[in-house]
Ligand binder design. Structure first.
Ligand code: GLN
Length: 442
């Protein structure tokens, strides 16, 4: 980690990691039964609450914050002997696609340090790509695990909504947020899902996990599987190299016996607009708790209660958080609620129906993870709309609560991700198919 500081993937190294490792060594020598991940180091995105480090969400407003409890996911990993060694950089509050919205400076892409690693889990993806860790935890509200995985050439899994507890993870859009792993191999991601998934008494949205393991087993045969290649994600704005990689993956799948054909999901063109109404609405509400009183940054200039709220938030939030709070408050305001928020909810229902219809016919859907390869640092961060466009292939999966994974394509230049999508609760089938596709792309 120290040798790779230039990439700025890491915000803080855990001071207790080595002690934990020594404790596991002692247990090992004593012949004790060890957990499934005993001694495996991992890195958590800095929006997971952790006991022995700060938890900042890469925002100045949480810079001084130390969590009084740990997230369920961290507890479950530690119970199996995994060791959190560091916290990773992100776009502040997970708002972004490049890590340039981090209040502590951007992360650089290991494939080309003049380029962004994607976001918002860009620090997590970079940490895995650099080999700083076996796996990293990310969160995905509109693509924040899959898109940085694609930009850095690692595997990124977005499980079904509700499969992994979000207790103790800083909320962005509560109706879509999910937690998932970034790793070098599909099976590593599956193993992390095995340890972290399932019901949690602290998160009412959690669902039962599959009774069978996600990891291990033989790669699923793709023979006879029906795969729909999403037409709308191969159109305008998609780089030629990205298109070629997805077409190549489709051919390899067909050669392995899958039936691949083009499918049209006409409403996915509306998904991005729908996302950028609903998610700002949700996050403006979630961020209301940062009042400068209970925790985090509190303005030294404030002379009254009202000033404490106003100045602490003004000083603590960055531009992107402020932009989204304003959009969210606007679309929820009484005069505009029907025109924006309610309408976007209707579009969301349309998307859910369209995906459900597609999954009646297809086992999986296939697409690029992002329309382009990693862009240059500074290229898009002055133009929010062009930045938002880099999520055009990922947000619909979140809006419908489905499962998705990004697998690296076999390319020589900048990394490209292939996205495979399964219906809700299809995580085990998705991982089986992803293992097979990973071998086909090797
Ligand atoms: N890049 C998207 C956004 O800016 C998605 C972020 C995320 O998934 N956390 O909202």
């Amino acid at each position: 980690i120290a040798a790779h500081e230039d990439y700025h993937a890491i915000l803080e190294v855990s001071a207790v990691a080595l002690d934990r490792a020594r404790a596991i060594d002692t247990q090992l020598k004593a012949g004790k039964k060890l957990g499934r991940l005993a001694g495996i180091p991992y890195i958590a995105k800095d929006n997971f609450l952790t006991a022995h480090t700060h938890t900042t969400a890469s925002s100045n407003i949480l810079k001084p914050f130390k969590a009084p409890y740990q997230s369920t996911v961290i507890e479950r990993l530690e119970a199996e002997g995994a060791i959190m060694v560091a916290k990773a950089n992100l776009d502040a509050f997970a708002h972004g696609s490049s890590t340039e919205n981090s209040d502590f400076g951007p992360t650089k892409n290991p494939a080309d340090p003049t380029r962004v690693p994607g976001g918002s889990s860009g620090g997590s993806a970079t940490a895995v790509a650099l080999g700083l860790t076996c796996f990293a935890l990310g969160t995905d509200t509109g693509g924040s695990i899959r898109q940085p995985a694609a930009f850095t050439g690692v595997v990124g899994l977005k499980p079904t909504y509700g499969l992994v507890s979000r207790y103790g993870v800083i909320a962005m859009g509560s109706s879509v947020d999910v937690i998932g792993p970034l790793a070098n191999r599909v099976n590593d991601a599956a193993l992390v899902l095995d340890v972290t998934s399932g019901k949690d008494i602290h998160d009412a949205t959690t669902i039962e996990r599959d009774p069978q393991a996600y990891a291990g087993g033989k790669p699923q045969t793709l023979k006879g599987k029906k795969i729909g290649l999403i037409k709308e994600y191969m159109g305008e704005g998609t780089e030629a190299a990205v298109k070629a990689s997805v077409e190549d993956a489709a051919q390899r799948l067909a050669k392995a016996g899958a039936k691949v054909e083009e499918v049209s999901l006409p409403s996915v063109d509306l998904a991005l607009a729908c996302y950028y109404v609903l998610i700002p609405a949700e996050l403006s509400s979630n961020l209301a708790r940062h009042d400068g009183i209970r925790y985090g940054h509190s303005s030294k200039q404030a002379q009254s209660l009202a000033q404490t709220y106003l100045l602490s938030r003004d000083e603590g939030f960055g531009d992107e958080a402020k932009r989204r709070i304003m959009i969210g408050t606007y679309v929820l305001s009484s005069g505009y609620y029907d025109a924006y928020y309610k309408k976007a909810q209707k579009v969301r229902t349309l998307l859910i129906r369209e995906f459900a219809l597609a999954f009646k016919k297809y086992d999986f859907l296939l697409s690029p993870t992002a329309p382009t390869t990693a862009f240059k640092l500074g290229e898009k961060n002055q133009d929010p709309l062009s930045m938002y466009m880099s999520d055009v292939d990922t947000v619909a999966v979140n809006m419908v609560g489905a499962a998705g994974i990004s697998i690296p394509a076999p390319v020589k230049g900048l990394p490209i991700g292939i996205q495979l999508i399964a219906p809700q609760h299809g995580d085990r089938a998705l991982l089986g198919a992803a293992k097979a596709l990973e071998e086909l792309l090797a």
